[in-house]
Structure formats: C-alpha cells, structure tokens
Ligand binder design. Sequence first.
Ligand SMILES: CC(C)(COP(=O)(O)OP(=O)(O)OC[C@H]1O[C@@H](n2cnc3c(N)ncnc32)[C@H](O)[C@@H]1OP(=O)(O)O)[C@@H](O)C(=O)NCCC(=O)NCCS
Length: 265
Amino acid sequence: MYLRQMETGDLGVLLDMAHVEEWSSDILEFELYHKLNPGGCFTSIADKKVVGGIMTFTYPNSGWIGNLIVNKKYRLKGFGKALFCRGLRHLSSLPTIFLCASPMAVGLYSQFGFRKVSNINRWEHRGMTLDLPEGNGNPELVLAMDSKYWHEDRSLMLSRMLTNRSYVFNEGAWLGFKQVDDHWTIGPWEANDKDSALDLIKVAVVDGNKQRILVDVPAQNTRAWDILTVMGFEVVGKTVLMCRGLLPDIAFGNIYGLASMGSKG
Ligand SMILES: CC(C)(COP(=O)(O)OP(=O)(O)OC[C@H]1O[C@@H](n2cnc3c(N)ncnc32)[C@H](O)[C@@H]1OP(=O)(O)O)[C@@H](O)C(=O)NCCC(=O)NCCS
C-alpha cells in the first residue's frame, strides 16, 4: 500500500465508494474541493488500484479534513489511519483543524487530539421540492454574513460553490440549495434571527415533485430545530463536529445549515 496525491481520475472511484456509504455527494463537489486544494488531497493505492482517499481544505485561519473513505474490502488494515495522518500533516501549520466525524470514526480522531464541538443533525423532508424565485444574487451580503458567524473568511470556497448552487436571501438571512442526484440539499443557511430564517425556507421549499430534501444543522441551534419541526422535517442521522487546536467563537445559533453535507463546515 502507498499514498500519493489525488488525481482527477481518482474522483469517480472515490465517489462510487461514497455512494455505497449513501453520502450525499456528487462529482461537482469532489471536483470543486480537489481543484481548490489539489496538494492537500491524497489517495491510497493497493493491488494497483485506488482503495481510499481523503480531502483537506484550508481557510486563512483553519483547515478542514473531509471525505475520508476506504473501500470496504480494504478496511481495518491501517489505510484509514495512514490517510488521516497524511491529511493532518498537511494542515499542521494551521491553528485550528475541524472535521465532521461519522460515529464509527470518532474514536480514530480522538486518538489525534480532536474533541467534540457539537453534534450535527441531519434533517430530511420527503414530499416537497425547492424552487428558485426570480431575482438577483447578493454575494456581498452572503459572504459578510458567513464570515461574521463562522469567524472565518470562507469566500474562496463559497464563491466557487455558489457557481453551481442556487440561493435566496432576505434582509436577515440567506439559504443555498442544490440538487444532488435524486434529492436536494440545503446549505449554507445562515440568519440573524429566527423569523428571517423561517421566511426564507418558506419561500424556497414548495409543493411539487415529491423529493427528498436534506440539511445538516448544528444541534445547539434550537431555533432551527423549531423551524424544521414545523416544516415537517425529521432527524435521520447524526455526525459529530470535532476540532483540534483553538476553537473560534462560532455563532452556532445563527448557523441553520452547513455549507456541505458533512465535509467542509
Ligand atoms: C472510517 C474508515 C475510513 C476507517 O478506515 P480503515 O482503513 O478501516 O481504518 P484503520 O484500519 O486505519 O483503523 C484506524 C482505527 O479506527 C478503528 N476503526 C476502524 N473502523 C472502525 C469501526 N467501524 N468502528 C470502530 N472503530 C473502527 C480501528 O480499530 C483503528 O483503531 P486503532 O488505531 O485503535 O487500532 C472506514 O471505515 C470508512 O471508510 N468508513 C466509511 C466512511 C466513513 O465513515 N468515513 C469517515 C468519515 S468521518
């Protein structure tokens, strides 16, 4: 087994593994993160084929580790840990490193000094769809709100992400969404107050094709809990946001939905 830098040709194989795990991921997301940080994405090779991978991403003051996956047939042989150590080494100069852990991986990350910051609930709605009302975007508003609540400049990632995602906004909130294969994902979704957040989701989620809608939400945002319950969403899964190093003062009460399903905050 050996590790090498991830190549564009690896992405399809890794995406197939992600789909086996029922991750809400598509090739556009994998390509985006790979293009943004090609030197920080690694692949493990065994029997002359791709058997695992990991992606890292850096903001000015923090890094994220995401999309760690190993082919089922090659698990429990040390590949996951080797990939994780490589990703961690790549981010070692940053004061803070985040990740969202699946329950099976919490033990692995704890060994490396990661501690729990928050549970992240995955909410699902069946039977509605998302609709983009006509109007212009407002990138300044959404980037300013994001930076205020995450205490981080995420504009590079967000501005690229918004090229293949729709969003709606009002004076006090914004909400992004995207179709991924057979379902929709909501995020980022950020708001100054509950009413603004509620108004926006009511505008975006409409009757229509009966489709699945997913959103990942920090558990301590109780206002989001209220809104999603009223709208008929249900919690269908949980991951754990973990951090190593300095924890910035993230305003979880204003973060109603993460930007990506699990991997980059
Ligand atoms: C999590 C995953 C990457 C681990 O890969 P792996 O190659 O099997 O991991 P390793 O063999 O390097 O094991 C590393 C450690 O994790 C532990 N571990 C691995 N799978 C585990 C499981 N299902 N439950 C509990 N512990 C587990 C191992 O026992 C080992 O512990 P040790 O260091 O104390 O010996 C792999 O199971 C996977 O791809 N899972 C599905 C996707 C996923 O959940 N990714 C993580 C996203 S946060």
